[in-house]
Design a protein around this ligand. Structure first.
Ligand code: GLA
Length: 377
């Protein structure tokens, strides 16, 4: 009877928390790079809630900085003009504080995931510059104010440049004008003078966009605007060493540092799948004819591609370590391959492998290659 009780409860426990065990006998990334930069990851609410306990174990062991995936974006946290929904963001911040992590607030002002009402009055008429500035100030001071002294750094503006380096034609730009960026920083600094403040964008290693970043930074400097660092997103960087090239990555790191700001790699993933940008929004299940070509590894990554992924990670971390005096944080976007946005973007339902841990939560060759870059310093 006793034995049955024991077996039954073990089976029950195994059922409740699946049996996969997270590797304990490997070095922790945050220790490996402790003299170089923070090592961060993004968190979805499920993980913060502890519903994926293997992922939680990886986060606690390896990462000392966290960025919320979605829960602080405007459409999650500020759903109606007078309605803020803080539950998930509070949970995220509590998780970081309990685990002694550097907490990043992401993101205050963005063209995406921002509801249409933000730019309109209650009659549906477009707001004036002053009205939109007032709304922006309310949003920023309410959120930054709530987490004052708890969130360490904020992505104040996200993705403000077009590929050619000019300012993106967003509602923020159209209604407020170019100084919406400086205003956002001003409001954030007022709400928490001790928080670090960042500008975060993708493809800024491309020369045209890099020029745009330099223009923005010079403009903010001329206005005496408080800004700490620039985030280079590193989203879906490719296996091919030309996307992006070492030369371009080093050029943006050096350009930002020369202007007196820190650099962060904020959303790193390496895409091993064929580029499918032109099929954005499609579902791989509906594309039977294309499936093999666009989703080549549904049953696992072949050894040679696994090795190329490890080499590419090593190459990139080699650059980061070389520039560690300029880089304050390297964040990967997600924890393990099973839960990452590239499974569903640009095509839904592909099997992607962009991270350091595999679908069974185990470290990939890329993990060990990254660790080696620190050892060879
Ligand atoms: C951008 C945003 C992130 C996230 C990714 C896609 O890079 O900054 O918050 O939405 O897109 O996952």
């Amino acid at each position: 009877m006793k034995i049955c009780k024991l077996i039954c409860s073990t089976v029950l426990l195994v059922g409740m928390f699946n049996t996969i065990v997270v590797a304990e006998d490997i070095p922790a990334l945050k220790d490996v790079f402790k003299d170089d930069f923070l090592i961060g990851t993004s968190l979805v609410d499920d993980i913060v809630r502890g519903r994926d306990h293997n992922a939680v174990a990886i986060v606690k062991k390896h990462f000392n900085a966290i960025t919320p995936d979605n829960v602080m974006k405007w459409d999650f946290i500020h759903t109606q003009p007078k309605k803020y929904e803080f539950d998930a963001a509070d949970r995220f911040v509590d998780f970081g504080r309990k685990n002694n992590m550097f907490i990043i607030g992401h993101t205050l002002i963005w063209h995406d995931q921002t509801p249409g009402w933000v730019f309109k009055d209650n009659q549906g008429k477009q707001l004036s510059r002053d009205e939109l500035l007032e709304r922006m100030k309310d949003h920023i001071s309410t959120i930054v104010g709530r987490y004052k002294g708890k969130v360490n750094g904020w992505d104040v503006v996200n993705e403000v440049l077009d590929p050619n380096g000019s300012l993106r034609n967003s509602k923020w730009l159209e209604i407020i004008g170019e100084d919406y960026i400086a205003k956002a920083f001003e409001y954030a600094h007022e709400a928490d003078p001790n928080a670090e403040l960042y500008y975060n964008d993708y493809s800024i290693e491309n020369p045209e966009k890099r020029e745009g970043v330099i223009r923005i930074l010079k403009d903010l400097k001329a206005k005496n605007t408080y800004l700490t660092a620039v985030g280079i997103q590193g989203q879906a960087w490719r296996l091919d060493k030309h996307y992006p090239t070492t030369e371009n990555i080093e050029a943006i790191i050096n350009a930002v540092a020369e202007l007196g700001y820190k650099v962060m790699i904020t959303e790193l993933t390496i895409d091993v799948l064929p580029n499918a940008a032109k099929y954005e929004g499609a579902d791989i299940k509906m594309m039977a004819r294309m499936e093999k070509k666009l989703n080549p590894y549904p049953d696992g990554l072949p050894d040679d591609v696994q090795q190329r992924l490890a080499d590419r990670y090593a190459e990139l971390f080699g650059i980061f370590v070389k520039h560690k005096d300029k880089i304050s944080r390297v964040t990967v976007w997600g924890i393990y391959d099973g839960k990452n946005w590239l499974n569903d973007w640009p095509i839904k339902g592909r099997t992607s492998y962009p991270l350091l841990f595999d679908r069974n939560y185990q470290p990939k060759p890329a993990f060990f290659a990254v660790v080696k870059t620190a050892e060879s310093k």
